[in-house]
Design a binder for this molecule. Structure first.
Ligand SMILES: NC(=O)c1ccc[n+]([C@@H]2O[C@H](COP(=O)([O-])OP(=O)(O)OC[C@H]3O[C@@H](n4cnc5c(N)ncnc54)[C@H](OP(=O)(O)O)[C@@H]3O)[C@@H](O)[C@H]2O)c1
Length: 242
């Protein structure tokens, strides 16, 4: 266990499950105090317990990020953070003609607006405090087309575009902003058969475990990535390389 993030506070959204949970555990292992965010208090508390049992520091913060008032409340409640991981999100795949307006709004409110509002609320304080780092969890579908994924893909492409603009806006104040773009990952939010099938289309011929994505998130949060900003790092078994 290295303590390269000792003294830093990290907020990980959607840390009750999957990639966010793995990122929270990894950042805590590196010494950060981790604010575990989600909607499900029981699952959030279980992640906090796991971190504390391993000797780390953590607490749960609840909010439905599709509600702008709750995003503002969350930002106020957590106070200044050094590391923000905008991970919470959901997907929908199916014929575009069958996507309802409510689902379209859920995707954009939960995946895009939430990250926008949280970053806008927390990045200025990072800047005033001398710097920080923001990691947005995108997806390979922000770059490649998958049938039935038009709206979800657009939310991830939007995150990449916002990331580049934020890298410009906050770079001079030493706030680094990057995207980690996973390929298929086995999580509660993914359908196992679909994940396996997609994994078989990658150069490595398999899907990933959440911990493999968390490694890159933790690297980008660390001083070892001090010269990386405005980048999208693909962690997709090479799927977007060809
Ligand atoms: N799994 C994949 O194959 C894959 C691939 C590429 C990218 N991604 C991206 O990676 C991220 C995490 O995905 P995952 O597969 O790990 O998902 P997951 O297991 O379904 O977990 C999603 C997390 O996000 C939280 N969340 C979702 N909507 C929320 C909202 N409106 N307000 C507050 N919290 C919300 C959930 O909180 P509660 O459960 O507490 O409500 C949960 O902690 C997402 O952005 C996803 O698009 C996933």
């Amino acid at each position: 266990m290295t303590a390269e993030l000792a003294g830093r506070t990290a907020l990980v959204t959607g840390a009750t499950s999957g990639i966010g949970k793995a990122a929270a555990l990894k950042l805590a292992e590196y010494g950060a105090t981790v604010l575990v965010h989600g909607r499900d208090t029981a699952r959030g508390t279980a992640v906090v317990d796991q971190i504390e049992q391993a000797g780390g520091k953590s607490r749960f913060v609840g909010a439905d990020l599709s509600n702008p008032d709750e995003v503002a409340q969350l930002a106020a409640e957590v106070g200044p953070v050094d590391i923000l991981v905008n991970n919470a999100g959901s997907s929908w795949f199916g014929p575009s003609s069958e996507l309802t307006v409510a689902t379209y709004d859920r995707l954009f409110d939960g995946n895009v607006r939430s990250a926008y509002l949280l970053t806008a609320a927390l990045a200025p304080e990072m800047a005033r405090n001398g710097g920080g780092t923001i990691i947005n969890v995108g997806s390979m579908v922000g770059r490649v087309g998958l049938s039935g994924g038009a709206a979800y893909s657009a939310t991830k492409a939007a995150l990449e575009a916002m990331t580049r603009s934020w890298a410009v806006e906050y770079g001079a104040d030493h706030v680094r902003v990057n995207v980690v773009a996973p390929g298929p990952v086995y999580t509660d939010g993914s359908v196992p058969e679909r994940t396996t099938a997609l994994g078989n289309t990658t150069l490595l011929n398999r899907a990933a475990q959440p911990e493999e994505i968390a490694e890159t998130i933790a690297f980008l949060a660390s001083p070892r990535a001090d010269y990386i900003t405005g980048a999208t790092i693909a962690v997709d078994g090479g799927r977007t390389a060809v």
